[in-house]
Structure formats: structure tokens, C-alpha cells
Design a protein. Structure first.
Length: 286
């Protein structure tokens, strides 16, 4: 949710500092979840990094100097370190959900075992990074930046004047790219629109305390788009992972396992079509 306790007349720089402080606390909490080996901890670190990067992107024209560039890069690196584990977790769950009685159960067990072993190794690597010195340094930097961010004079202008401009810019970029989507558009373009929908959602969440219903409506619409496109991306990732496993099975002279992997891959590729149709129908609805 957005930062509370602000009004339209407050300088937007106050919101910048408050949003960064809230983001830093969220990331600190998620790092603590990893230290305590809590469920969904790695994913929460990834989400915290993405939210902070989104806020830094949203406020980029208000930030003086180039400190935000390095900070966004550090947050991106931390999120990436958590990415493989989260992706494998989602892929394994999708495989479980999309197998049928037609699939060889021994092959399915082999596939799930391979994915689970990969997940365990990836989770261990992620936890090592999250609990390492670089993350500790990043948290210290975030705390210092949030306490006194270096801002341009424009940050003295009221929230009510600046926030609608910032939210409109994020929404316009999403609309520009979403307008280009067709049922046959490449997977990467659909993924890019998903990221832009997420950016609108986070921007609207950050702005909601000041902009009220306008921002809340934008966040709700963006969340709906993000959910559909997130499901689409999950199936794309599953298809890619299973394709790579099929290549390995073929190289190990196991054509039957390769066949099962190929069939599962096609199932996930086919799942993209209704999701694309649903998104386009919703997006173009009058």
C-alpha cells in the first residue's frame, strides 16, 4: 500500500523519503525472513527489491546526482540472485498442476525431482547472497538515503501537482506498449508489458495516499493486468525450462523422457493463447 499521512500540499520530496524508508524496512524484514528460513522469504526479497526499484524509477526526475543509478543496479543484482529459486518453485508447481493421466508417472517424478533438486541448490545460493555482506551494505545505504535523499529543487513542489504527472507517465508507457500486443506477438513483448503493468501498480500504490480513488483505480486495473500476464509468463518460463530438459534427455539417449517433456512443453505453450485472449479482451473493453 501507499505511504500514509501525506496530503496534496506536502512537498513531493517528503513522499520520496517516506517511500524509500518504507521500502528499506520492507526489504530488511524480508531479509530477516530468509535468516529465519521462513516460507516465501526469497520471493519477498525479490518483491521488495522490485518495489524499491520501481519507486526510484518513478521519482527519477526528482533525484539529484547519480546515486539512484547505482542503488537500482544493486537492487537488480539482489533480485536476480533470488530469481532462479523463485522461477523453479513456480515451474515445479505448474508441472504438478498440468500433468494428466496420459503422462508417464515415472517421467513426471523424474522431472519434478530434477526441478526440486535445482530449486534446493538455487535457494541455498540465493540465501547466501541475501545474508551476505553486499546485502548488509545495501541495507545500510538505503537507510542513509531514505533519511536524507539528495533531491532536485523540483522536489519542493506539492505532491498534488507532481504525482499525477509521474503516474501518467508510467501509465502512458504501459498503454503505448500494450496497444502493440497481438495474439501472435513474441513472448518477450508480452513480458515487457507485464513489467510495465507492475510499474504502474507500484507507482499507483505509492501515490494512493495523496491521489486517493484515482490512484487506487489505476492500481486495481494494473494488478488485474499483471496477474494475467504473470500467469502467461509463468507458462512461458515452464515451457522454456522443459524444452531445455528435453534437450538434455535427448543427449542422454532417453527418447521416451524427451517425448514426455515435449508434450508437457506444448501444454504450457498452448496455455498462453487463452491468457492472451483474456488480456486483450479486458484491455480493449470500452
Amino acid at each position: 500500500m501507499g505511504v500514509v499521512g501525506l496530503v496534496a500540499e506536502d512537498p513531493v520530496g517528503v513522499l520520496v523519503a517516506a517511500a524509500l524508508g518504507k521500502g528499506a524496512r520492507r526489504l530488511q524484514k524480508s531479509v530477516g525472513m530468509v535468516a529465519n528460513d521462513e516460507d516465501d522469504a526469497i520471493h519477498q526479497v525479490r518483491v521488495s527489491c522490485r518495489r524499491l526499484r520501481s519507486d526510484l524509477k518513478l521519482f527519477r526526475k526528482l533525484l539529484a546526482g547519480d546515486w539512484a543509478t547505482g542503488l537500482r543496479a544493486d537492487l537488480a543484482a539482489l533480485a536476480q540472485a533470488c530469481g532462479e529459486a523463485r522461477d523453479l518453485e513456480v515451474i515445479a508447481e505448474l508441472v504438478r498442476e498440468n500433468t494428466s493421466s496420459e503422462d508417464n508417472p515415472e517421467h513426471v517424478d523424474t522431472i519434478l525431482t530434477t526441478l526440486t533438486l535445482g530449486l534446493d541448490r538455487a535457494a541455498a545460493r540465493s540465501a547466501e547472497v541475501v545474508l551476505g555482506d553486499s546485502t548488509r551494505d545495501l541495507l545500510a545505504t538505503l537507510e542513509a538515503v531514505a533519511a536524507a535523499p539528495d533531491l532536485k529543487p523540483k522536489a519542493d513542489k506539492p505532491c498534488g501537482e507532481i504525482l499525477p504527472q509521474l503516474l501518467r507517465a508510467a501509465t502512458d508507457k504501459f498503454t503505448q506498449e500494450a496497444d502493440r500486443l497481438q495474439p501472435w506477438t513474441h513472448d518477450d513483448d508480452w513480458h515487457e508489458v507485464r513489467l510495465l503493468a507492475k510499474r504502474v501498480r507500484y507507482a499507483a500504490d505509492t501515490s494512493a495516499a495523496v491521489l486517493g480513488d484515482e490512484a487506487k483505480a489505476a492500481a486495481a486495473h494494473a494488478a488485474t493486468y499483471q496477474e494475467l500476464l504473470g500467469q502467461h509468463q509463468d507458462h512461458c518460463a515452464a515451457a522454456d525450462a522443459l524444452t531445455a530438459m528435453a534437450v538434455d534427455a535427448a543427449a542422454q539417449d532417453d527418447p521416451e523422457l524427451s517425448f514426455t517433456l515435449g508434450r508437457l512443453t506444448e501444454r504450457h505453450r498452448a496455455a498462453r493463447k487463452p491468457l492472451r485472449e483474456q488480456f486483450l479482451s479486458l484491455y480493449h473493453r470500452p
